[in-house]
Design a protein around this ligand. Sequence first.
Ligand code: CP
Ligand code: NVA
Length: 304
Amino acid sequence: MRHLLEIDDLNETEVAEILEIANAKEYSKVLDRQGVALIFEKPSARTRNSMEMAVIQLGGHPIYISAEEIGLDKRESVEDVTRTLSCFHSMIGARVFKHSTVERMAKENRVPIVNLLSDEAHPLQALADVLTMQQELGDLKGRSVAYIGDGNNVFRSLALASGFLGMEVRFSGPSEYSINDEDRDRLNFSGVNFSEYDNPEEAVKDVDVVYTDVWTSMGQEQEKDKRHKAFEGFQVNEELMEMAGKRAIFLHCLPAHRGEEVVDEVVDGAASRVWIQAENRMHAARGLLNWLVEKNLGEQGRHE
Ligand code: CP
Ligand code: NVA
């Protein structure tokens, strides 16, 4: 059973296969009459809507389930919820606080589990990110992306996905909010060309893509003031974009905290591709779901 909890559940060839399906103009109804359960422990605009639309485009029926309703480990254990939903659905997507929650779901091995964002990873976002970069830049081999800010879920998945496709990955953020040694080992193990910079100006020099995400992720709200102080000097503004050079594009997974990690002039500026990137969430989700159906359900039979 194949799941997607993090990008390195896939190999380089498989990422390329998913992107190819994502780019296809014709959609095959591989989820015809199938249900897909979408559990959200945190809010969402892009992930919920892009996943629901992707399921519909593939002929299936998405069901949104809030944390309050399903009560993971409160009303019922994660394992029992997974077993129950597998009775009705061909796949389960889950946006969770703890990455271990999606791991526990996947361990049940009933239906494919898709991580819709955890504290550690955001693989669906990364698929949309590389899809966008590919559409903008062509072959990504030898291209470069500089991520400025928090070494968080979005960065981990982005680094793996863009590294898999041959990009140079640069990171610049306060040392206490950088990725840890385990993450570094994981990137090295995956053969990602990765380097860290103290200075964001140096990190963005001559890159093709400048990327940032919020300094305070969902669930970290109580750390907001401390984080603001720590991230001073790591804002993506017009001066930093100028250092990157004229041809650099700007990406952000969104939602943006305008005036914090990025300013209006950059999000709304000529280099920004954030709305194409947002739309690509749907195409990437459709590519992934179609690929997962072919890999899993095609072989093992579907719910009828
Ligand atoms: N980028 C992203 O995952 O957005 P949402 O939180 O709105 O789903
Ligand atoms: N790092 C952010 C991403 C939101 C899409 C968060 O986890 O809140």
